[in-house]
Write a protein that binds this ligand. Structure first.
Ligand code: FAD
Ligand code: FMN
Length: 1129
């Protein structure tokens, strides 16, 4: 039959693009050409001419390919009635093909039938297909279905004629019979049931379910879904029609059936109809624990059969599953999303994609699916078998028919792709009639006679024009209820955090649990955030701490910079532009009032977001580490959440008490039945470097302890030590003077032992353990309660965990005390611990008076017996300590030096027990040869000037001298080797501070030598406790002796370096400002602006260690703790 271009009218898509497909070059009007299709695996070729008969090549155009778009053809509009001319045209085409297929074209019978059809169409616009025509048409529709890989069976299709049914009940009964027939003995016959045809488009017979067997998806208030998330909308439709599911993850949805255009009726499936199985794996018995169910019957419910100009909107079709389909139902992220659960059960590291855990999960579930179907005797086909059959079919079709319309995107299986032949086969996709077409879901197009009395998706409610007042009122009511509900679903909230030691991250996770009650919430670290998304956000909640001297934490730096750039760019373009005008936000800032710039970074983000046009939904919150940080967070979180809900008009049904009850007591908080320890498969502890690398997500490498030297006089009450580490041959530990060394120390043995002595049960301290958590979070697991590996720590013994991975000296948080209280046998002790666990003033006083370590808490509450699982799951992780590297790599190649104050003090105003700093005391006791796990962190803002001729002023009292030593050593070496721009070095002035010249003037000889070598130009020392001399601090030296030099240095593009505790750094900064005001006649605003400029342009450098706890303000803020032996200047 010649190609008939005039038959291009297509009721389905009036917008045929004239430009045609970019790949075939075909257009709806241009002449089409034969197309060669190559099989790249076997280098064979097929020639497709069948596409010359295709109805059109839409929807591609010369500019775009729609190959991967699911709905390439627009569904027929509601109430569609095909015009008579089109009916006749398509009927003619069909009937000619039909008679040709029987080799009876142009026979008398053919002629008669065509006259009969014309008469019927003339009279009613319709005609009745005879059964054989229907059978032929249905087979051809399947044969033409370009996305179906199983159609090599097209000629075996069973067609069941139900065109005489009248009611929804009859339709449903017919569907049940169809399924019983098609699934008998698990053979899975391919069959199609055909119900009455469309007449005027207003009296359709229709199944509303896309697939007739689908599991319900119940949306929970926190946004999670029990069951299949793909079916949330349909589930809500069913519920609105009165259906009540059981609420389990595997409830079959009822069928929704509408007959003759009537309102739909729902039907529960009789027990003998659906076919499902419980998933089992041939090797992994634990699959049984997951209690996964799989539907065995693919039953497409909502296709429309378009044949010879007539349309059949109800034509359910059964077939059999390709084995990858149930796997996708279980693993796809928008379905049951079980890939991670399975991969973890298989022992994969799911924190890295390159462990290929997703592939492993897919493979094992695939094996389980094939195994379970086989055990149940139900037919399924693996992708290899199926694609081989399809390839043969394709070749045959080209031989006998001139082509085989195929959609590569759908034909290639979701796994094993390139291992199957179809992957390598070029395919041509086009549309032929008869066809099975997509339709709009029933609830989106149905015209209601009586709208349901429960909410349904109102935007879809179409009432008859003359509907009753009651019906209209009902629709309005649905609209308001549902509008809220849909909004509720849609509003996205991104919680962005930046954190140095982990608190802001913990707070953010807790906040996310809260926001999930009303928003679609997720948590992202600022460092990992795609800034291009910011202006597309709806609600952004920021939780961040402040570090350095008012700076962002490391993982907030990029975000801060990007935000600044955005502001500057915006300022240049149009200051009144508001790139973030559609964003709403709230900020919670963590910090410590011990620092002069309290919560500074949080505040600056808050201001920047506002300046960029974002709308603040709640005032910035502040959490002071010294006083009630968690309490402040809880209060802020609750009120900010309410403001956000109000702002978006969501969260109406949320029980605030319930939603906020668990703030900071997240899903991972302690409950005795939630965690358990198990013996690890291995008998040896995980290598400590590997373990630390995993826990801290950074590359932790070894260095070797060489020696320590006491730097203070032997009769000093304090100790400062020079530590030397061997870093030879370790590229990871290369550094530039000014960089930091991060160190992972160990806790003191006697503290570890004190805890081990109080362990509940018979856990041996040196047995290698793993911890598991009862997983409830993900939809399917809510019900199955699976024990999953809790990968906080690597497999190790309790002793190793307490010694190397967990923080046992920081005073326990209220949450931890609450968890401990559950394990006291004495009621009075329990009551006390519960009281402290409430946080608040009592807790704060207790914490600051005693600064109790965990062993001290155990001592204070003797009836406490601690479950090991509690320790392993709840104790905070022991954090790295940073040290400013104190040596030059040129003077000491293959070594790193640190200058350390050994922390040791008595709590309770000097009357309590001695507390030793974890890391400094560890360095003060380890032996030569011991491995020191560490890493180098670049301090980009604390490097020597690129141009060594620039004058340099360095201020570093006490251990603040540490990085300055690396600077003068570097210069000594440059001078010695004649490097450094021909020895043209600018002045290098050192201002050091300590208590007494004879006690703690560290590096006195070394600095003198550096001066002799010409590296240091001048050395100034401030003594704060020198007998018979006034108290002098570094800032006094600056002001009294170096004012002129400071002024000149800044004038000559010089650099100032300040290192040590934050209070000193602030005093120095204020002094420099004062000098500028006095010597350069600046106002305080001008001097402040100049300092800001110097910091921004990297000429005023600060290296801040933290707070020194013996300053008056901090002591007062901290209320009670009096250092027994202070350790700073
Ligand atoms: C960027 C950077 C660079 C640093 N460089 C150096 C350096 O070069 N040299 C150096 O010595 N340190 C340096 N530090 C500090 C160092 O990281 C550690 O904080 C310090 O060594 C203490 O660690 P620790 O494990 O010994 O004590 P921890 O176990 O951490 O104990 C310290 C904690 O104990 C408490 N505490 C301490 N003293 C008292 C007291 N008198 N009264 C009451 N409570 C008290 C405080 O809560 C304090 O935070 C640097 C810090 C940073 C952030
Ligand atoms: C070296 C150092 C510098 C700090 N600088 C500041 C500061 O400038 N301003 C402030 O408010 N807090 C400062 N802090 C306190 C932290 O912000 C506070 O400990 C916060 O609770 C840490 O939260 P995180 O665990 O999320 O990082 C500093 C803390 C350290 C150790």
């Amino acid at each position: 039959m010649p190609p008939v271009q005039s038959r291009e009218t297509n009721g389905t898509n009036p917008n045929v693009t004239p430009n045609g497909c970019p790949f075939t070059g075909s257009t709806s009007t241009a002449p089409r050409r034969a197309q060669i299709l190559t099989d790249h695996l076997r280098n064979k070729h097929l020639t497709d001419t069948l596409h010359l008969k295709a109805t059109n090549v839409a929807p591609c155009s010369s500019g775009k390919c729609m190959g991967s778009v699911v709905r390439q053809r627009e569904p027929f509009p509601p109430g569609y009635k095909r015009p008579k001319e089109e009916v006749l045209e398509q009927a003619k085409e069909f009937i000619d093909d039909y008679y040709a297929s029987m080799k009876k074209e142009n026979s008398a019978e053919h002629e008669r039938r065509w006259i009969d059809i014309q008469a019927q169409v003339e009279e009613k616009g319709l005609y009745d297909l005879e059964y054989d025509e229907l059978l032929y048409g249905a087979k051809m529709a399947w044969r033409n279905a370009s996305r179906c890989i199983g159609r090599y069976q097209w000629n075996n299709l069973q067609v069941i004629d139900y065109r005489n049914v009248k009611t929804a009940q009859e339709m449903f009964d017919a569907a049940c019979d169809h399924i019983r027939y098609a699934t008998k003995d698990g053979q899975m016959k391919t069959a199609i049931s055909i119900f009455p045809m469309r007449t005027d488009g207003k009296h359709d017979y229709k199944f509303w379910n896309k697939y007739l067997f689908q599991y319900a998806g119940y949306q929970q208030p926190d946004g999670s879904v029990i069951g299949d998330p793909a079916n949330v909308e349909l589930t809500e439709v069913c519920q609105s029609l009165g259906w009540k599911g059981k609420g389990t993850p595997y409830d079959f949805l009822p069928a929704i059936v509408s007959a003759n255009g009537e309102d739909p009726v729902i039907f529960e499936w009789p027990e003998d109809v659906p076919l499902e199985l419980e998933l089992r794996h041939p090797k992994h018995d634990w699959f049984e624990e997951l209690a996964i169910k799989v539907n065995c019957v693919p039953l497409q419910g909502d296709m429309l059969f378009d044949v010879g100009g007539m349309q059949f909107p109800a034509c359910p079709i059964t077939g059999w599953f390709q084995s990858t389909e149930p796997v996708r139902d279980l693993l796809d992220e928008n379905r049951y999303n079980m890939a991670e659960i399975i991969a973890k059960k298989l022992g994969y590291d799911t924190s890295r994609y390159n462990s290929l855990w997703k592939d492993a999960a897919f493979l094992e579930v695939h094996i389980a699916v094939i195994h379970s179907f086989q055990m149940k005797g139900v037919m399924t086909q693996d992708p290899y078998t199926l694609t081989e059959s399809f390839m043969k079919h394709m070749e045959r079709e080209h031989r006998v028919r001139g082509g085989c319309p195929s959609d590569w995107v759908w034909i290639v299986p979701p796994s094993c792709s390139s291992l199957t032949p179809v992957f390598h086969q070029e395919m041509l996709n086009y549309h032929l009639r008869p066809a099975l077409e997509y339709q709009e879901a029933g609830w989106k197009i149905h015209t209601w006679k009586t709208p349901p009395t429960a909410p349904i998706f109102t935007q879809y409610i179409r009432t008859k024009k003359r509907c009753s007042f009651k019906a209209a009122a009902m629709a309005v009511m649905f609209a308001s209820g549902l509008m809220r509900k849909t909004l509720n679903k849609r509003v996205k909230s991104t919680i962005l955090f930046a954190s140095q030691t982990g608190k802001a991250e913990t707070f953010s996770n807790s906040l996310c649990d809260l926001y999930k009650h009303a928003f679609d919430a997720k948590v992202v670290c600022m460092d990992e955030y795609d800034m291009a998304q910011l202006d597309k956000e709806q609600l952004v909640v920021i939780v961040t701490s402040t570090f350095g001297n008012g700076d962002p934490p490391d993982n907030g730096e990029t975000f801060a910079r990007a935000l600044m750039q955005m502001k500057n760019k915006n300022g240049e373009a149009n200051p009144r532009d508001s790139p973030l005008s559609s964003v709403r936000f709230a900020v919670f800032a963590l910090g410590s009032r011990a620092y002069p710039h309290f919560c500074a970074f949080g505040h600056s983000v808050d201001t920047l977001l506002e300046q960029l046009g974002a709308r603040r939904v709640h005032a910035v919150g502040e959490g002071d580490e010294l006083c009630g940080q968690e309490e402040s967070f809880r209060a802020w979180a609750e009120s900010a959440f309410k403001s956000a809900c109000l702002s978006y008009d969501v969260g109406h049904g949320v029980d605030m008490n319930e939603a906020t009850a668990n703030l900071l007591g997240s899903d991972l908080s302690w409950a005795p039945d939630k965690f358990r320890i198990i013996q690890a498969k291995t008998h040896t502890d995980t290598d400590i470097l590997q373990g630390l690398s995993t826990v801290h997500r950074k590359n932790v490498v070894p260095s070797t302890f060489i020696s320590r030297t006491q730097l203070q006089a032997p009769d000093s009450s304090r100790q400062t030590i020079l530590v030397r580490l061997d870093t030879k041959d370790n590229e990871e530990l290369e550094f530039t003077p000014g960089d930091h060394l991060g160190v992972f120390p160990a806790n003191e043995d006697h503290l570890v032992q004190a805890i081990l002595d109080r362990i509940e049960g018979g856990t041996k301290p040196d047995d290698v353990l793993e911890i598991e958590a009862l997983h409830k979070k993900l939809t399917a697991a809510v019900v199955t309660k699976t024990w999953m590996p809790f990968e906080r720590l690597p497999p190790c013994s309790l002793r190793t965990a307490l010694s190397r991975y967990l923080d046992i000296t920081t005073p326990p948080s209220p949450q931890l005390l609450g968890s401990l209280s559950m394990h006291t046998s004495a009621p009075s002790e329990r009551a006390e611990l519960e009281e402290l666990a409430k946080g608040g003033t009592k807790y704060e006083n207790w914490k600051f008076e005693r600064a109790p370590t965990l062993p001290e808490v155990l001592q204070e509450y003797p009836s406490l017996q601690v479950p090991p699982a509690l320790l392993l799951s709840q104790l905070p992780v022991l954090q790295q300590r940073y040290y400013s590297i104190s040596s030059s790599p040129h003077m000491y190649p293959g070594e790193i030096h640190a200058t350390l104050a050994v922390v040791s003090y008595r709590s309770q105003g000097g009357k309590g027990p001695v507390h030793n700093g974890v890391c400094s005391s560890w360095f003060n006791r380890i032996d030569e040869g011991e491995t020191v796990p560490c890493f180098v962190r670049a301090a980009k803002n604390f490097h020597l000037p690129a141009d060594p001729s620039m004058p340099v002023l360095m201020v570093g009292p006490g251990t603040g001298i540490a990085p300055l030593r690396s600077f003068w050593q570097q210069r000594q070496m440059e001078i010695k080797s004649g490097n450094g721009q021909g020895g043209n070095h600018g002045d290098m002035t050192l201002v050091f501070g300590c208590r007494q010249s004879q006690i703690d003037h560290i590096y006195k000889d070394e600095t003198a030598q550096a001066k002799t070598d010409g590296a240091l130009t001048d050395i100034y020392t401030a003594y704060s406790r020198e007998p018979d001399t006034p108290k002098t601090y570094v800032q006094h030296v600056l002001y009294n002796q170096l004012s002129e030099r400071v002024k000149e240095l800044l004038k000559n593009n010089g650099h100032i370096y300040v290192c040590g505790d934050v209070a000193m750094a602030d005093d120095v900064c204020t002094t420099v400002q004062k000098i500028l005001e006095e010597k350069s006649a600046m106002t305080s605003a001008e001097s402040e602006a100049l300092i800001r400029m110097l910091k921004d342009s990297n000429r005023y450098h600060e290296d801040i260690f933290g707070v020194t706890l013996n300053t008056k303000e901090v002591r007062e803020a901290a209320r009670s703790v009096e250092p027994a032996e202070s350790n700073a200047n």
